[in-house]
Design a protein around this ligand. Structure first.
Ligand SMILES: Cc1cc2nc3c(=O)[nH]c(=O)nc-3n(C[C@H](O)[C@H](O)[C@H](O)COP(=O)(O)O)c2cc1C
Length: 232
């Protein structure tokens, strides 16, 4: 098992979408999940659940749902143009490896599905009158931040996979056919999946990651005031 520096992991944990069929040791999956649950969540509620799908028949069902959702994604991507910050080669690599995964999701040895059980507001009667009066706004607020209680765990999963030499990528195309997906996994009504992460030994290599530079995305004190850019 490799131990690597945090920054080395962050700078090289690229999305990997093409995998060898070799199984992933169960103990490594457990370590990855143990890293996932170190993530923060609103109110420390830890309402998460992680479904680890290894059964070939289940993977085939999930692969079929992902394939179906990807037909929609393909049409959307065909209508999108390449973001200016990506080179032709980077854009082509994303589309080509993405398309590989549409066809091969079911063959990836581990399909990890991070889920959250919905956290509701206390009933209006239990709240002070002025807060109860803004119950609707509070519900909208909860909705607005919901994903933030699971996405940090996904980043920990990405970094843990990187440390173990495993590949993964956040995918969401299955949510285009969510009802069917939920039926396959038998999810309760109040539990929602937020991603489908294939995990396996990659055919391609990790890192380096290329991103829009800090000076392009950072603002000092208010929108569009340039960040001075000193490095520490
Ligand atoms: C919310 C979200 C949804 C994504 N959905 C998909 C997906 O359905 N399929 C896929 O192949 N990649 C998906 N990705 C992966 C992105 O394409 C990837 O993070 C991005 O291209 C950066 O890749 P890099 O880290 O290798 O540079 C998703 C990423 C995020 C954050």
């Amino acid at each position: 098992m490799t131990e690597m520096g945090l920054f080395e992991a962050m700078y090289s944990a690229r999305s990997l979408r093409r995998f060898r069929p070799d199984p992933v040791p169960e103990a490594l999956v457990t370590r990855i999940l143990d890293a996932a649950i170190r993530a923060p969540s609103a109110g420390n509620a830890q309402n998460w659940a992680f479904i680890v799908v290894r059964d070939p028949a289940q993977r085939a069902r999930i692969g079929a749902v992902y394939r179906k959702g990807s037909d929609i994604a393909a049409a959307v991507y065909a209508a999108r143009s390449r973001p200016a910050h990506l080179t032709e080669a980077q854009w082509a690599r994303m589309l080509d490896t993405g398309a590989w995964l549409w066809e091969h999701m079911a063959e990836v040895p581990v399909l990890l599905v991070p889920c959250l059980r919905q956290r509701d507001m206390p009933p209006a009667e239990a709240l002070p009158r002025e807060i109860a009066a803004r119950h609707g706004e509070e519900l909208a607020y909860l909705d607005r931040i919901r994903g933030a209680s699971i996405y940090p765990a996904l980043q920990n999963i990405i970094l843990a996979c990187r440390a173990f030499g495993l590949g993964t990528v956040i995918t969401t195309n299955h949510l285009r056919c969510e009802a069917e997906f939920n039926t396959v996994l038998g999810l309760p009504e109040d539990v929602h999946s937020f991603a489908l992460m294939p995990i396996g030994y990659p055919l391609d290599r990790h890192g380096p990651l290329s991103r829009r530079p800090v000076e392009e995305v950072a603002h000092a004190d208010r929108w569009s005031a340039p960040w001075p850019g000193g490095s520490g």
